[in-house]
Write a protein that binds this ligand. Sequence first.
Ligand code: NAD
Ligand code: IPM
Ligand code: MN
Length: 368
Amino acid sequence: MANPSLLILAGDGIGPEVMAEVKKIIGWMGAKRGVSFDVTEDLVGGCAYDKHGVPLHDDTMAKAQEVDAVLLGAVGGPKYDSLDFSVKPERGLLRLRKEMDLFSNLRPAQCFDALADFSSLKKEVVAGLDIVIVRELTSGVYFGEPRGIFVEGNERVGINTQRYTESEIARVARSAFELARKRGNKVCSMEKANVMESGILWRDVVQEIHDKEYPDVQLSHMYADAGAMQLTRWPKQFDVIVTDNLFGDLLSDLAAMLTGSLGMLPSASLGAPMANGRPKALYEPVHGSAPDIAGTGKANPIACILSFAMALRYSFDMGEDAARVEAAVEKVLADGLRTADLMGPDGGTPISTTQMGDAIVAALDASL
Ligand code: NAD
Ligand code: IPM
Ligand code: MN
């Protein structure tokens, strides 16, 4: 049988730095677990713009459609801030999500025991936290038409449109219910049905799908602003949260800080099943290109490494190896190893991106 195929798009800023550590894990899988991947690398974001004048070349898009999974680092940076909107680095990532139809973005927020003291919230609030935000990723205000900056009378007007069809809501709701069945069997759906018609439809459709297909799952609804409050007040009340594209973006950054650092949060963006029965998929950390620390060796590679673990689980049916990688991460944290973003107020000596990757590989070796 052919090796599983991976397209690596490391991107900009700390993207290539954290991806270098993932490549060590991929190498380890080949050497120690006898699992080799056919890896292709390509450009996305600012680096693709520098070479091709577009943030995602059509050839790269075509490759992404063919492989078993795409791994992405991060895109963007101040160098590209003044580019025309249509060629900004972020457009490359949005094109991948849209054209691969990756409608269900799983963003788990898990607080490792070793980091419970480090969160900005009290230890008892976050210790043992294990929730997943399911963010709708291919529609809503990110993609709705009309959009643009227009002139009306003697001033400019900026327009974006929040738009959801029933089927778009239904498919992401199903993916949240399916996930909940494998976990704590609870879904909380978040929208703003008090002020938005799209929110009213969202709530209705989620409820209908629940009643018809998943009556065994416990479902609740919350306004997204109250949801943000509840996430910081008592996040352990949640199991799976399902929400739209923009609310999901905001709530997942918020949830990241419950775990200690944005540098800890992985994600899986999943689409419809391919011929092999596995979903079309892209895996990426929730964080961005972190221009403030790029090139300094301070980046935490754990979010990207855990994103690869999600690829092992969701794209390659290698749940055991995924758990092994997650356990290795847990082990190095329990040993007190920390990158700079995980330093508490009393300081300590941080290790570098590379040292963190090496320590995780050493923990993997020790697990054999
Ligand atoms: P960011 O996530 O890049 O950084 C926010 C803060 O978190 C910074 O202080 C950064 O140093 C820190 N941080 C992020 N990841 C870290 C890591 N792995 N280790 C240690 N610290 C980390 O968000 P931003 O500053 O708002 O955006 C910077 C650029 O990244 C922008 O161009 C934005 O559009 C882009 N962005 C890209 C993605 C993506 O590629 N998926 C996601 C978010 C932002
Ligand atoms: C994310 C990012 C992206 C988003 C940007 C870079 C397009 O913030 O993946 O969370 O807004 O979805
Ligand atoms: Mn974001």
